[in-house]
Design a protein around this ligand. Structure first.
Ligand code: HEC
Length: 112
């Protein structure tokens, strides 16, 4: 009994860790495929007009609800030279993928 309980616990921990790693890698893959062309692999913007994700007090200060909405629907702030295209330009991007890529951006470039 004792043995199978440990086996179960280890298997459960492993699957949580694996799911976590998968979500992290998926976020990175989505970022590289869909976002880095404009936002840069360093998150600081590949060209003028892109917000820097690494800047303190920058766009990542905004709550998830706002950023998820802007990623999903696109966004152009007042006076901005360029718009953020809905879903980074890929209509096939799912809500789960958008959540994952935002998680990746926060972990990789954020300050919290
Ligand atoms: C064609 C270029 C382009 C691509 C591709 C792109 N973005 Fe953007 N993104 C922008 C621009 C330009 C802005 C700034 C818009 C503004 O401030 O008006 C922006 C802004 C943002 C913001 C901040 C929103 C805000 O409040 O200013 C986030 C978060 C973001 N993008 C995430 C993403 C994610 C995630 C992807 C990939 C799925 C992506 N972007 C793909 C151009 C792009």
């Amino acid at each position: 009994m004792r043995h199978s309980r440990w086996t179960f616990l280890i298997a459960a921990l492993w699957s949580v860790a694996a799911a976590h790693a998968y979500a992290g890698n998926a976020g990175r893959a989505i970022y590289r495929a869909h976002c880095s062309v404009c936002h840069g692999s360093n998150g600081q913007g590949a060209m003028p007009g892109m917000p820097s994700f690494t800047q303190k007090g920058g766009v990542l200060r905004l709550p998830d609800t706002v950023l998820l909405h802007r990623i999903e629907n696109g966004y152009r702030g007042a006076g901005a030279p360029m718009a953020m295209p809905p879903k980074g330009g890929d209509p096939a991007l799912t809500q789960q993928e958008i959540t994952r890529v935002l998680g990746y951006i926060r972990r990789k470039f954020g300050h919290e």
